[in-house]
Design a protein around this ligand. Structure first.
Ligand code: AMP
Ligand code: MG
Length: 327
């Protein structure tokens, strides 16, 4: 009997223990959300994918500037008049955004939106010089007053607007990875547009993540084996239009209110997607020299930049293959 049971379990073993891979894509947050995960439990896999998509929708409903009823829209409508009470989650993300403003000497600034909302990239709309100059005078993260005692926010003056587009997708990816880990899933990828985080491996090997050529959609300029990291790319090809040979795109230099033009793309690798998302936008604004100097100062962060001529620049941590494997 014993021997038969053993043989039976041996026969059953590969079918019951080996994990299958599940994947799904949906359009949420105005971008493509992708989940890939391994599980030996099909029901758990379906639940996990549904939970990830629900979390993306929840964060979008709270933080989108395009949804008039979102918490963020409520702040933009009221915070110049009186303090607006907000959720701990939105409070903390605005607080973290201000930390990135300090770290990047204002290159990352969620009040860029004071001028940013004057652009419509799909309709090729941009402000004239007078309107832009007026709007730029309202860009300054120092005008945001967060009050922890009642979890509220107040703007110093009217005309100030905020937008979390440079950090919220990364934050959402981190939240979704936490949800998967709580469900006991240890091998997965979550992507929201240009922001990705991977845990574990894919089919027993490191994940392979590519950096696309900013000027050719189907070409890859770098490919990296990665495990347990976040990777974010900011590029001038995501949302843009061209006029008189000039490219107007969605990453705004807070000092000028105009698109940052020194780089074509920036890819940041680090532990958490909230950080890599904020830093990819920041370094895009800072440009190759100041951007690389910042990255070299930060422990556990690496960067790949494609400059205005299409040339690649790597941070020192990526020059050594061994360091890359250990990430
Ligand atoms: P990303 O998708 O990470 O490349 O970030 C681009 C998005 O960040 C834009 O669509 C804006 O919503 C937002 N953004 C643009 N310029 C800035 C800036 N200087 N600081 C913070 N957020 C920005
Ligand atoms: Mg970003």
């Amino acid at each position: 009997m014993r021997i038969r049971a053993f043989i039976l379990s041996l026969l059953l073993l590969p079918a019951t223990v080996s994990a299958a891979w599940y994947e799904e894509e949906q359009d949420i947050m105005g971008t493509l959300i992708r989940v890939e995960l391994a599980s030996d439990d099909p029901l758990l896999a379906q639940t996990a994918i549904a939970d990830v998509m629900d979390e993306m929708r929840r964060i979008d409903a709270a933080m989108s500037p395009y949804i008039p009823e979102s918490e963020l829209s409520r702040v933009n409508a009221m915070a110049d008049v009186e303090p607006v009470r907000i959720s701990a989650e939105l409070f903390d993300l605005i607080d973290e955004s201000i930390d990135f403003s300090r770290l990047t000497e204002g290159a990352f600034d969620i009040t860029f939106a004071s001028a940013g909302f004057l652009y419509d990239y799909r309709k090729h709309v941009r402000p004239d010089e007078v309107k832009l100059a007026e709007a730029v005078s309202h860009i300054d993260y120092h005008q945001l007053n967060l009050e922890p005692s009642d979890s509220s926010i107040l703007f110093d003056q009217s005309g100030v607007k905020i937008d979390l587009g440079g950090i919220a997708k990364g934050y959402a990816v981190d939240r979704c990875i936490a949800i998967l880990q709580e469900l006991g899933i240890n091998n997965a990828l979550v992507t929201a547009g240009g922001d990705t985080r991977v845990i574990g491996q894919r089919w027993g090997r490191p994940w392979k993540i590519g950096v696309r050529d900013p000027r050719h959609k189907d070409r890859i300029v770098a490919m990296m084996p990665l495990e347990n990291v976040a990777i974010s790319t900011s590029g001038d090809y995501e949302r843009f239009f061209e006029e008189d040979g000039e490219r107007y795109h969605h990453i705004i230099n807070p000092k000028t209110g105009e698109s940052a033009r020194e780089l074509q793309s920036v890819t940041i690798i680090g532990d958490e997607a909230t950080t890599t998302d904020a830093l990819s936008t920041s370094v895009f604004v800072l440009g190759p020299e100041r951007g690389m100097a910042l990255i070299e100062r930060l422990a556990g962060i690496d960067a790949i930049m494609v400059d205005g001529h299409g040339e690649l620049h790597y941070s020192s941590g990526l020059m050594h293959p061994v360091a890359m494997q250990n990430k």
